[in-house]
Design a protein. Structure first.
Length: 176
């Protein structure tokens, strides 16, 4: 599962807006803080404003701020609002042409995994991600260290419903 850039940027905007309290921030300021495209942020801010996570103020001294307290912004809800779909495989999408759709069991496994992913996000709020304004002034780039998944025991057979019912090949009779 990979979140779209839209969701990634949505979390960044919310985190940045959350650090400023009531002060209005601009799209330009946020784009500069993260060194990301202003054009992309305009779309993100529009969606976050329409879905009630940001409040926009028009005019010369306008900008954006959080429309809710960080404790009231659920991460799972933000992902649901910003992800266009959760079509992890072809059969999850409209126009599916897979010939085994009617009997395939893989979607059940993927749905379980996706539900676990969203359930984890549902346990957290923006308050759990909050940084300070100082964090945005000093780059904290870790070169050489991957921050992605830590699959403990990678390469081992995962324990699961079918792990005890593995098929084994019969050994060939020994020649004596």
């Amino acid at each position: 599962m990979r979140l779209t850039t839209l969701s990634d940027y949505a979390f960044r905007v919310l985190m940045y807006a959350g650090t400023t309290g009531e002060r209005l921030i601009t799209i330009e300021e946020t784009a500069e803080a993260y060194n990301i495209s202003r054009t992309h942020l305009m779309k993100v801010v529009n969606i976050l404003t329409k879905t009630g996570y940001l409040r926009g103020v028009r005019g010369r001294s306008g900008g954006i701020t959080l429309a809710r307290r960080p404790e009231d912004i659920n991460l799972g809800a933000v992902v649901r609002a910003t992800e266009p779909d959760f079509a992890l495989v072809e059969c999850f999408a409209t126009g599916n042409q897979c010939i085994i759709t009617g009997c395939c069991r893989f979607p059940n496994v993927l749905n379980e995994a996706l539900n676990a992913f969203i359930a984890t996000l549902d346990r957290y709020t923006l308050a759990d991600l909050m940084l300070t304004q100082r964090d945005f002034r000093t780059p904290h780039i870790r070169s050489g260290k991957k921050r992605g998944p830590d699959f403990a025991g990678a390469g081992r057979q995962p324990a699961g419903p079918s792990s005890s019912s593995k098929r084994t090949r019969s050994a060939a009779p020994s020649k004596s």
